[in-house]
Design a protein around this ligand. Structure first.
Ligand SMILES: [Zn+2]
Length: 262
């Protein structure tokens, strides 16, 4: 029996009609029933086995570069926006045809084109934030160091969305978005900010119990890691001190010996 990876088990070509330029084309789409979620990361990334369908969440029109999520691609687009896409997006992004097997680079490019479209359409900031988060997840799957860049982009956009847009933001209520912001602060290295966001959720009357538990866990994780770091630093300082004392003793010994010569 062959153990070779067969992409057609997980992906198929689906026909679409572009709502902007009316061309018919086929695009690779994931068969969602073929993979199952085996775990979830603290920033809500779902980990699939045996195949992650995330790179197939976007459809890009090869003719005009219009890009949207699979579920929304064929929704009608207003004439004014169509004209903007033809003018701004088409010259930059026409001619992108994707094979069944989408690489990390292609996945990032497809999400990037979707974000460019969202900006031209004046789409929701929260949706762009979520797209940046997906780009970070694509990088995490590939152990690509650009993950941190996209986490930061997602963080900035979620913060802006929370200020400017009414929930739901990317399908989440404001407490869930606050949790994501806290977790993205933690992952991008601002523990103090993360603690503030998590503490606010724990204290919030409106947040649901499970979300409070998650926030509490992540806050505890930061405090625990901090304790461990402090303990390690103290240990290192003691070792350094001992080493210095040892070196001083050795010096004394040498001096003694030196005197013995005379
Ligand atoms: Zn098109």
């Amino acid at each position: 029996m062959s153990t070779e990876f067969d992409i057609t088990k997980f992906v198929f070509e689906k026909k679409f009609e572009c709502p902007v330029c009316s061309i018919a084309f086929s695009a690779p789409i994931a068969k969602y029933g073929k993979s199952r979620v085996v775990s979830q990361d603290a920033d809500l990334k779902q980990n699939y086995s045996p195949f992650d369908p995330i790179a197939y969440d976007v459809v890009v029109c090869p003719s005009c570069g219009y890009a949207e999520s699979v579920d929304s691609f064929e929704k009608p687009v207003m004439d004014r926006i169509k004209a903007n896409i033809i003018e701004v997006i088409r010259p930059k992004f026409c001619g992108h045809v994707y094979p069944m097997e989408i690489t990390t680079e292609m996945a990032l490019e497809r999400f990037h084109i979707m974000i460019a479209n969202s900006e031209v359409k004046n789409g929701k900031i929260g949706t762009r934030a979520y797209t940046y988060l997906k780009m970070a997840w694509v990088c995490r799957n590939a152990e690509d160091i650009r993950e941190s860049i996209y986490l930061k982009m997602a963080l900035d956009h979620f913060k802006e969305a929370l200020q400017k847009e009414a929930p739901p933001i990317a399908g989440m209520d404001s407490n869930a978005v606050s949790y994501i912001i806290g977790e993205l602060e933690r992952r991008t290295g601002d523990d103090e900010a993360a603690i503030r966001w998590f503490s606010a959720i724990v204290a919030s009357a409106g947040a649901e119990g499970r979300l409070k538990d998650r926030a509490r866990n992540q806050k505890d994780l930061i405090l625990q890691e901090r304790k461990e770091k402090e303990a390690e630093a103290a240990k290192a300082a003691t070792a350094k001190k001992k080493q210095a004392e040892g070196a001083a003793d050795e010096q004394d010994e040498k001096k003694k010996k030196k005197f013995e010569w005379f």
